[in-house]
Design a binder for this molecule. Sequence first.
Ligand SMILES: [Fe+2]
Ligand SMILES: [Fe+2]
Length: 424
Amino acid sequence: MDEVMERRESISYAKLYRQWERFSWSATDIDFSRDIVDWREKLDDKQRDALLWNYSLFLVGEEAVARDLTPVLDAAEGFPESLFLTTQIVDEARHHVFFDRFVREVAGLGTDTASTLGAVDSYLTWGFRQVFDELDRVTNALRRRPTDKALLAQSLALYHVVVEGMLAIAGQHFIQRYLEEKAMLPGFFAGINNVARDESRHVAFGIAFLGDLVRDSDECRAAAIELWDRVLPWAVGVFIPPNFDRDYTEAFGFTLEEIYAFGLRSFEMKLGRMGIDPEEVALLRREDRSLPYEERARRLWVLIEAGILGDDRREPEPTGEALEILFDSMTKSIDLDVARSLKGPIEWRFTDGDPWHIVVTNGHAEAKPGLAGTPALTLETTTSEWAKIAVERTHPVRSLAGRRLRLRGSLAAKAKASKLFKLG
Ligand SMILES: [Fe+2]
Ligand SMILES: [Fe+2]
């Protein structure tokens, strides 16, 4: 108990509350008159479209988080937590007012809150819809069961860690950077700086609150990790621009890979602060975390562009490089003891592509293009089906049942396949 008290003391929800009072601001007072001129004169059609795409995600996101926080407030038992959450609900409402004013008064979309929200609907990505539908679902479940600590942990894991700590903070960082560099939209710049300061306070609170829950309860810890495993593949798709057009960010001097590197880094930092090893999270476990964040982000983008990650409505079309990345990550996720016990290579024969194989030597697995010679186990499938299995979009048992995946080898080898790839 003392230890918990000490942690709370050092994080100091009271200090976060005082900061809220000190940095209060008005979304209705912001003067957009200069922004209206800049919007017309400093930007071309393409740039206006790019900014609108970017700001639409925030407009819709802020509206959702303003609605979805009351169940968390009801579920919080301590008064310091409740006090802070009350301020956060006010903040989120103010953020929505701010984005709503900009999109309506500067970009000229809609005539009231509902029509402005409706006007930006076509900008929302599949990943965005998945993430925010899930936020509605989890917080609604918490609304019905406010004493369920695992649901509280999941709500914080999604709301404060993913939506705010990974997506919003990454997006805001780049908006602040290019508006400062280009010295335009001064009203919006002033507002987004206030929003970003609020968000960092919200995230600090969420990490502290969730950190306490996961340290004190294995059930909460497992629930948070399960939530991330479900949501991160969707979160990866949030920032995919219309038609995969890189100009949507590059017109403002940054790349999509930079956003993804920023998001990955901040997510891992937050896990660290809560005492969670990134290896516990499926999406991160598949990555080679010895590589720099920029390279990891670049690889993620190869998988996104190939339709493997980021939008499950797409049928993957794995390129050679995408397959190489998938096999590379498979050497990390494969069960080494089971692989060794096969006493021979594992081979993939693709009906629509070149073969690959994995061999285990000196205690580590290595993936190589080409046939294996004398494989202990052969998997026959398409590159698309295998890509979906590799990123856990589809369960291999379903692929086997639908005969989209076939195994060849001894009965004993085939029996081991489920353990090898954790097909459980
Ligand atoms: Fe917000
Ligand atoms: Fe927030």
